[in-house]
Every structure is written in structure tokens, then in C-alpha cells.
Design a protein around this ligand. Structure first.
Ligand code: SAM
Length: 215
């Protein structure tokens, strides 16, 4: 087996896609609205985490532009290199978020935009629990995914074969709530990526908060 075959599938896929991903998705109106919602709720100079930070656009770029500090984590070295070049005001780390230790109560805001789909259901649930703990009480998290009751199915994504796992919409919400977050609102837009042959995709965006500890 080659060295590349042993790498996480998301690293192989997104190393191959690189800037094509940004061209296809970065202008999605629901993504931009979610960033606006988050930035309106962050305290000045907030500390934020972007899980699966891709090319840094639009997420890290918008957060830096709004005056916040950003740690972007991505498993794809190509994406991290692109992001570091495009958003020099943010910090990017090439790592698998499943293995990266996260301090408790250490972020005011967390973004998880379409970065769960190459993880098993158990890994997605475990990660959400860790992200909820990494968020300070009263902090906000925005999450997007493609909600579908599928496990390790093969799909063609921007012309490449990839295996994907997700949950039906209500089960995504149940996973987020089980992690200890309150879902304040949900949005289910359809978006067609700017890529030859791409069709409409059903997206799910959740706007969430970690409640203040009581008592
Ligand atoms: C669909 S892209 C979305 C990129 C960006 N969040 C956006 O919406 O523009 C998913 C990104 O998550 C990254 N990713 C997937 N699984 C990951 C993991 N286990 N750890 C870190 N990054 C991961 C991929 O490399 C890819 O850059």
C-alpha cells in the first residue's frame, strides 16, 4: 500500500480539490449568513476555532476581518498551505481534529462547516462533545452539513469518488443537543456548487449556543 493510501480519506480528497472547492462553494449565501450570525454574537477580539478550515475563505477571512483571532485546523496540507497564504491574519494547523487536544472553555466561537462527512457517526458525535466542552459557557457554534441517513456510501463529489457518512436532519440536531449545545435555529437551504455537472445539494445549518452554567 502506498503512503498516500494510508492517509485519512479527507486529506487525499481535499489535497486533490484545493482551490476548486472554494470556487464551487465559498459564495454560498447560507454560509455567509451563518458567519454574519456568529460575528454579531462574538465579543470583541474573540478566540475562534474553525474545524476543517479549507482554503480559509470565507470563514477565517470573515472572522479575521471582524477583528477576531482564528485557529483553523485542517487535515489536508494543500488546504492549510492555501489558507495560510490567503488569510495571513489567522493561524492554521495541519492536523486531524479527531486527534487534536482542545482545552476546556477556550473558544468564544466554533465553526464546523461541512467538515464531518468523512468521519464515522461515532467520531462525529465524539467530536461534537469535545467541541461543546472547548466552547466557553455562553459561546456560540455554527455547524453545517449535508443531512442524510447514510453511512459510508460512495458519492461523486466535484467529480471525485468519495465515501460519506451523515445523519438525517433530526438526528444531526439530536447529536448536537446530546453534546450539550442548544440549537437556536436551523436552516435547510438547497445549494448548487459552481462546478460542471454539480446538482443541487440539501444543506443543513445549525446555529447553536453552549448555555451558561447554572447554580
Ligand atoms: C467540505 S470542506 C469545507 C471547508 C470549509 N469548512 C468551508 O466550508 O469552506 C471540508 C474540510 O474539512 C477538512 N477535514 C475533513 N476531515 C477532517 C479532519 N478529521 N480533521 C481536520 N480537517 C478535516 C477537509 O480537509 C476539508 O478542507
Amino acid at each position: 500500500m502506498s503512503q498516500e493510501d494510508e492517509r485519512p480519506p479527507a486529506a487525499v480528497l481535499f489535497d486533490a480539490l484545493g482551490a476548486d472547492y472554494e470556487k464551487a462553494f465559498a459564495h454560498a449565501p447560507a454560509h455567509l449568513s451563518a458567519l454574519e450570525w456568529l460575528t454579531e454574537r462574538l465579543p470583541p477580539a474573540a478566540r475562534t476555532l474553525d474545524v476543517g478550515s479549507g482554503t480559509g475563505r470565507p470563514t477565517a477571512a470573515a472572522l479575521v476581518e471582524a477583528g477576531h483571532s482564528v485557529l483553523g485546523v485542517d487535515v489536508s496540507p494543500v488546504m492549510v498551505e492555501l489558507a495560510a497564504r490567503q488569510v495571513p491574519g489567522a493561524e492554521f494547523r495541519c492536523a486531524d481534529i479527531r486527534d487534536l487536544p482542545l482545552g476546556s472553555d477556550s473558544f468564544d466561537g466554533v465553526c464546523v462547516f461541512f467538515s464531518l462527512l468523512q468521519m464515522t457517526r461515532a467520531q462525529q458525535s465524539a467530536l461534537m462533545r469535545r467541541l461543546a466542552l472547548a466552547l466557553r459557557p455562553g459561546g456560540h457554534l455554527v455547524l453545517s452539513t449535508v443531512a442524510a441517513d447514510v453511512e459510508d456510501v460512495e458519492v461523486v463529489f466535484l467529480g471525485r469518488e468519495v465515501r460519506a457518512t451523515s445523519f438525517a436532519e433530526d438526528d444531526v440536531i439530536a447529536m448536537v443537543e446530546a453534546a450539550g449545545l442548544t440549537v437556536l435555529s436551523r436552516h435547510s437551504p438547497t445549494f448548487t456548487p459552481d462546478h460542471p455537472g454539480a446538482g443541487p445539494e440539501p444543506h443543513l445549518f445549525l446555529y447553536c449556543r453552549r448555555e451558561e452554567t447554572r447554580g
